[in-house]
Design a protein around this ligand. Structure first.
Ligand SMILES: [Zn+2]
Length: 104
């Protein structure tokens, strides 16, 4: 099922000046989103049915991009990394109205 997005998504994020491409594209079953470290691309699956779900995936993957950008991945295990980005995304959505900046 393809979600209907009210929210517009930018073509890229900036993580301390580094461009991270952003795209909506089919992913393998069960994968909501992923960050390709080598190509610096965040891919969000079109399965999301709400803006909130989409934003959670976006914040989660942006967290991964940030962690790699500042090399925290060298200091914490992948499980810890995953735990932090996921819970931080949940807390942000719980407390803030978030929408991505539409950069040109
Ligand atoms: Zn993750």
């Amino acid at each position: 099922m393809v979600g209907v997005y009210l929210m517009k998504i930018p073509k890229f994020l900036l993580v301390f000046g580094e461009k991270i491409k952003l795209r909506i594209k089919e992913l393998p079953y069960g994968v909501a989103a992923q960050y390709d470290i080598d190509r610096k691309i965040i891919t969000i699956s079109p399965i999301h049915e709400t803006d909130n779900g989409l934003l959670h995936s976006l914040l989660h993957e942006a967290g991964h991009a940030l962690f790699y950008r500042v090399s925290i991945n060298q200091a914490v295990s992948y499980e810890t990394h995953e735990f932090i980005v996921n819970n931080y995304a949940t807390m942000l959505l719980e407390n803030f109205d978030i929408k991505p900046k539409l950069k040109k």
